[in-house]
Write a protein that binds this ligand. Structure first.
Ligand code: SAM
Ligand code: SF4
Length: 325
């Protein structure tokens, strides 16, 4: 079944956040004292998250990304993922993680049916990594990435590029793709609730591409229909590939194929719009048709494009950890 929005875009991708909690405090994502912890009863149970996933897949969603907060800190995440992977019609189950707990979990995640991992990696310098994440131990993340590779996962590495913070490492992080089969992706920094002068931190995707092109002979790669928003590039002779994600300057809105559901059950059509539908009342009814109707409303209300740009002064403040990136 095809799910198409009012702008003719096929919607086949759900980002499902399972928690707003995290074992890191990345500066670009949440305040140092964390986000106001949700009450246990506000967070959807696994049964409720599963019901949303089933309804979404029955409507035409083919890919689910489990995200957070940090999904691996939620208890019993592995059996939950195994349940998701067995939903008939779901073609791709993928997970985004900060990698801190990955070393001990990579094998069981693979057995649970997760098909790919995206791991955040903003620096290869221990002190800088610790400063960006306000406590993170780089060696644990690197061990997690290595374990994921050994477990047979295709691995994507995500670097949020921030001018004057970690942009001096773009080329070094890119070179991880020379010897490893990683897809290394560079994400433009997006405004969050804490940054007033966020524009000065944005390194436009074009500039990132220019810098990478000076160092590597990049060849553009075509997109497949379940792809995310990255523009992908191959480097002849390299084991992996590079990608650039430009939520601020790139306006990939025309190709946006996704909807989002937060861990409290708020469904949204766009990261940057304040709209959203609370799915909890529909879950309480226990009627899949009602849930599908609510999700259809989100798809119908998906804006054609967001208004954020590297020069615009205003944006709706939010903590990325609450929405799932
Ligand atoms: N904890 C997991 C992690 O860090 O990968 C998953 C959740 S995190 C909110 C999902 C993604 O959002 C990560 O790749 C993170 O780098 C990205 N992200 C968070 N805040 C961002 C920001 N202000 N700009 C760009 N990307 C951001
Ligand atoms: Fe946690 Fe991920 Fe946000 Fe960092 S980006 S604070 S790891 S949720």
């Amino acid at each position: 079944m095809n799910l198409v929005d009012l702008h003719g875009r096929k919607i086949n991708y759900l980002r499902l956040s399972v928690t707003d909690r995290c074992n890191l405090r990345c500066r670009y994502c949440m305040p140092g004292d964390g986000v106001g912890k949700l009450q246990h009863e506000d967070v959807l149970s696994y049964e409720e998250l599963h019901a949303i996933a089933r309804a979404a897949v029955s409507m035409g969603i083919e890919k689910i990304r489990v995200t957070g907060g940090e999904p691996l800190v939620r208890r019993d995440i592995v059996p939950f993922l195994a349940g998701l992977s067995s939903i008939p019609g779901l073609r791709q189950l993928v997970l985004t993680t900060n990698g801190v707990l990955l070393e001990g979990m990579a094998d069981e995640l693979r057995e649970a049916g997760v098909q790919r991992l995206n791991v955040s990696l903003d620096s290869l310098d221990s002190a800088r990594f610790c400063s960006i994440t306000r406590s993170g131990d780089l060696s644990r993340v690197l061990a997690g990435i290595a374990a994921a590779e050994r477990a047979g996962f295709p691995v994507k590495l995500n670097m949020v590029v921030m001018r004057g913070v970690n942009d001096q490492e773009i080329e070094e992080i890119a070179s991880l793709a020379m010897d490893h089969p990683y897809s290394v992706r560079f994400i433009e920094y997006m405004p969050s609730s804490m940054e007033e002068r966020w524009q000065s931190l944005v390194v436009p995707g074009e500039e990132i591409l220019e810098r990478l092109s000076r160092r590597f002979p990049l060849q553009p790669v075509g997109r497949n229909e379940l792809a995310g928003p990255a523009k992908e590039y191959r480097i002849p002779g390299a084991a992996g590939s590079l990608g650039i994600i430009t939520p601020v300057t790139g306006h990939f809105c025309g190709e946006c194929n996704r909807i989002r559901v937060t861990s409290t059950g708020l469904a949204r059509g766009c990261l940057f719009s304040g709209d959203g539908v609370d799915l909890k009342p529909f879950l309480a009814e226990g009627d899949q048709a009602l849930l599908e109707g609510a999700l259809r409303g989100i798809v119908a209300g998906k804006p054609g494009r967001h208004e954020l740009s590297a020069t615009s002064a205003n944006h709706t403040p939010f903590a990325m950890s609450a929405i799932g990136g």
